[in-house]
Design a protein around this ligand. Structure first.
Ligand SMILES: [Zn+2]
Length: 65
């Protein structure tokens, strides 16, 4: 779904980093390296990004009529 504005576990603001992470990931960069460079060192924040998938459009298809 949509990336949370802050990390669920530690509260670090991470929402603004999602677009760049997605873009660089699509360009074939190593996700771990991108996370390092974005300053996400704690594994709680990294897991938010790595477990994330853009499903907003997919879910939109199943809206109640
Ligand atoms: Zn965190």
């Amino acid at each position: 779904m949509i990336i949370p504005v802050r990390c669920f576990s530690c509260g670090k603001p991470i929402g603004h980093l999602w677009e760049e992470f997605k873009k660089r990931n699509a360009e074939g960069e190593n996700p771990g390296k991108v996370l390092d460079e974005l300053g996400l060192e704690r594994y709680c924040c990294r897991s938010v990004f790595l477990g994330q998938e853009d499903l907003a459009e997919l879910v939109g298809k199943f809206k109640k009529a």
